[in-house]
Design a protein. Sequence first.
Length: 652
Amino acid sequence: MATKTLKSSVKVTTPSIKKKFKNSKPIESLYELIWNGFDAGATKVEITIERNELEGIEEVLIFDDGSGIDFYSESCGFNKYDDSEKKNSIHTHGKDGVGRFSFHKISHKAEWHTKNNKRIYKTTIDSTILEDFDIIELEENEMELLQNLNSGTVVRLIGFDGQENLPSEDDIFRFLSIEFGWYLAIKENVEITFNGTNIEIPQADTLSYTFKIDGLSFYTQFYRWYKKPSSEKSYDYYITSKNNVKSRELSGFNKKPNFYLSTIIKSDIFDDNDLDLITMNSGLLNWSQLNSEIVDKQENMYLEFLQSKADEVIESYEEKGFFLKPKGVDREYDSWRNNNIRIVVKELYINDPSLFNNLKEKPAKILIRLLDKIMTSNENDSLVDVLEGVLDLETDSLDRLSKIIKDSSLENIISTVEEITKRLSTVKMIRDLMEHKYHEVLETPDLQMIIEKNSWLFGEQYSLIGAEEDDFNRLSKNLRSQVKGIDDIEVSEIDEGIEISGAKRQVDFFLASKNMSYDESNNKIYKCLIVEIKRPSISLNKKHLRQVEDYAEIISKHPSFSSEKMRFELILVGRKISKEDTSIKSKLKSAEIHQEKGLINKDEKIKTYIRDWFSILDEHELSHNYLLDKLKPKLPDYTDVKPNKLIEKLQN
């Protein structure tokens, strides 16, 4: 029975070509056309956007000084689809054999003007019929950019019809830097310009390092990119003395989140030897030593990167209020606790960033506070066991983290006892001054410096009271001067035994501080602290109460202090409250419902307090009563110490 054979071939259609680019962006099409120039050996690529009078795109030109297109060559891929000689080459980027068709994402038509082996060609492709095009060999050059070159190519994109798919020109410049920056780094003789401006290598942490192995010199450059290169992984590039890439190998850091590294290893040995030959022939080079040198530097850069990222994460958690701000605890203990939990969080991040990457706010907050609770409990060993079972930690990392956690309790005890003992000594010295020697503390700088050095006496929230903000401090003082009689002294206010003339020489102490803080909802605010400290020789009475209330009213009405982000705390401090006074005591009684020591008035923005020194000192001793009872610290007796010596101790 006779048979009949029919010949056929697969026809590529425009829809099938466009399907290849379904998910690509127009800017990526521009990348493809530029890479085609570099794949042809170009050292210079120029991209120009021409606009019309209405600022619409008229044409886009991509020029390169590469070898051009040889349409007579059997290896020419221009008239092939999804088939390219570049597939087996390490020197070229485009490897799918379809890049030229990507123009349709930008414009309706593309023209190729190319010069190769003294031949000049022109071809045009229409986006409606991508598979059909004619190649014309010209006798004369139509493109001025190619006039004085032996070879090169210009791609001209036309037919925009008012439709602009490309990003803004500022964005194009930035995107080109991210896409081609790594290539510019390894190819020192390569240049890209956009609208006449050179594309620069993008931001990166860099390291240059030269070393010798077996008498051979190796020059290395490391680029840790801030932004991920658009289409390149982390590679080690082995480059000849003439700056040609002989080989490239994926580095071991491609799976490290947000860490993008390009490494250049340049040496004469790569001029005449393939990398495979070098790695197999130990007589040519001690490959393991070379690899060790490179990896050591890469690991150091990765560690520095993790440390920096960990600091950013901790700063972010700080701003969001994830770290506890316990109330009523010793400042030094609180400082140690805050520092300790940050050390643990940083060490955890460095050892396993995935624990925190993409962690949502609520789980992050819970994690931080659980860690803090465990770190200040007696379950530190249990935390180490949990982390060892959950995290993928190396032995050295686990040992280091374990030591940090296990040592924390001992450090906590030591630092807390030391600080509390110092504070109790301070309290005892001030008590001696206020009880027996207050009439000899006559100069304002004496007591003022003591208070600035020990502002924790008024509460931990006042620990930064000495850090004055000049403009705020100056304005606060000016407003204070508007309070009637605030610096006047009546004879009835003077304690018995104090000379009026001596008292008049004294100036009331005034401290003001404006610091960034958080309100009860963890919103950022300015906390403005104003402390009015009456001289030790007078007793507080209703006149002083009126003055501080007047001061609060003046502040509330002043336009400079009207911001919703400002909160004020006014505190009036004296040696004691007058026995005859009933107004202050009545105010304190009425405000007891708020459960804040010394509070006499509270509104939306301003809190006002009145404190006496003996209550302040008693509160500190009572708060440490348990420690006093258990440890029985030996505090010196200051009875016979002269006032000037006590003041000197307190100021230092």
